[in-house]
Design a protein around this ligand. Structure first.
Ligand SMILES: [Zn+2]
Length: 213
């Protein structure tokens, strides 16, 4: 049981670090959809579905992929979404030296061409953080963006199960929902998830707007 207690204490400590975001104000009836690991060949389809649903989202992009797909990067912004960094090549931040970490983040910022929030946001690959990487990121004035509801769509391919995990009964105001790009099953689940949340009175906003409120 010791490791899980340690993990819980670590989580409580991390929740109190200013500049580290996990969950927005609980009083608001707003939630944010977030998508990691793009851009890729399916980005256009994700943006079309979100356009049809009329909701903005936040996309955490890999610098390497963004560099090779500048049209997609412009498209996210043109269509009203927030983009932010997910590291350069998906290496865990805990495996990088401070110098490598900041270099990867700078390379990614360059590929993204600046973020709408002003202060750069970053979501660490796999959510992997330790004290050293948190200190490095916060000292370099990054906002570290995590999540509060994991759809676990990297393991589950049934859109109905994904929709259930993100249904109004499982979600509350201020939640940040985690999904991934490049997956047909995630795409298929989105209309059901959005319509259920709208039906329950939730407004879907970018993660930036969720925390700005
Ligand atoms: Zn990722």
């Amino acid at each position: 049981m010791a490791p899980s207690l340690r993990a819980r204490i670590k989580q409580v400590m991390f929740d109190r670090v200013p500049g580290l975001l996990r969950r927005g104000p609980a009083a608001s009836k707003r939630v944010a959809l977030t998508f990691d690991d793009g851009p890729d060949d399916m980005t256009g389809q994700y943006l079309d579905v979100l356009d049809d649903l009329g909701v903005p989202a936040t996309f955490f992009l890999l610098g390497e992929a963004a560099k090779n797909r500048p049209d997609d990067v412009r498209d996210y912004l043109r269509r009203g979404h927030q983009i932010a960094s997910h590291g350069y090549d998906h290496t865990r931040f805990t495996e990088l030296t401070r110098k490598q970490l900041l270099q990867q983040c700078a390379q990614t910022e360059e590929a993204l061409g600046g973020q709408i929030s002003g202060r750069p946001w970053v979501r660490p690959p796999h959510g992997s953080l330790d004290t050293a990487s948190i200190v490095s990121l916060l000292a370099a004035r990054y906002t570290v963006a995590l999540w509060s509801v994991d759809s676990e769509d990297y393991g589950e391919r049934d859109p109905a199960v994904l929709a259930e995990r993100c249904s109004p009964g499982k979600v509350s105001g201020g939640d940040v929902l985690l999904f991934h790009e490049g997956q047909q099953w995630t795409l298929n689940a989105l209309p059901r998830i959005v319509s259920a949340l709208h039906g329950a009175g939730y407004e879907l906003v970018t993660m930036h707007d969720l925390f700005a409120s």
